[in-house]
Ligand binder design. Structure first.
Ligand code: FAD
Length: 141
């Protein structure tokens, strides 16, 4: 199969990228390692999904002390967006700077909120959601 652009992974990132590039007319292929989720009585059952982890892959990662844990990643068409909480909020300006948390600190991003604002706006219009950056005024999507 010929393609101009190959995107690996059909999650929120890959699918959003494909949607943004589609109007260019380029031939886009998305490679996805997982299968389509099949409709079942469990796919709307929060206890089964989050309590029993029936859709979680049987894999273990190692933490900083070499102890295994389940990372809670899902490998299927749509990626983690098939199970996520559907709250699409923007980071605040202050989130891009150095932040001290009780459990440690983050050094800050090499880009600012302003660098991403137009992309946040475009994404919110595509997903038909509104963000929550308190010091900004939003255009209606
Ligand atoms: C339970 C839960 C609730 C969440 N709630 C929220 C929320 O409310 N709001 C929010 O903003 N975020 C939320 N998140 C986080 C959000 O879902 C993720 O940050 C987001 O979906 C990540 O998108 P992604 O495209 O980067 O990765 P993913 O969605 O993980 O997609 C990656 C895709 O790539 C595929 N893949 C991986 N390796 C390969 C390979 N080698 N070849 C081919 N395909 C491959 C995977 O199968 C997967 O489909 C939540 C996550 C979880 C698990």
């Amino acid at each position: 199969m010929d393609a101009d652009i190959v995107i690996i992974g059909s999650g929120m990132g890959g699918a959003t990228l494909a949607a943004a590039l589609a109007p260019t007319g380029r031939r886009i292929v998305i490679l996805e390692r997982g299968q389509h989720l099949r409709a079942s009585r469990l796919d709307r059952d929060a206890a089964a999904i989050f309590g029993e982890g029936v859709f979680r892959p049987d894999e273990a990662w190692l933490d900083g002390r070499d102890q295994p844990f389940s990372p809670g990643n899902y490998y299927n068409v749509g990626g983690n967006s098939k199970f996520y909480g559907a709250a699409l909020i923007r980071y605040r300006s202050s989130d891009f700077g150095a932040v001290k948390h009780p459990g440690g600190s983050t050094p800050g991003w090499p880009i600012s909120y302003g660098d991403l604002e137009a992309d946040y706006q475009a994404a919110e219009e595509m997903y038909q959601v509104r963000g929550c950056e308190p010091d900004r005024v939003y255009r209606r999507a």
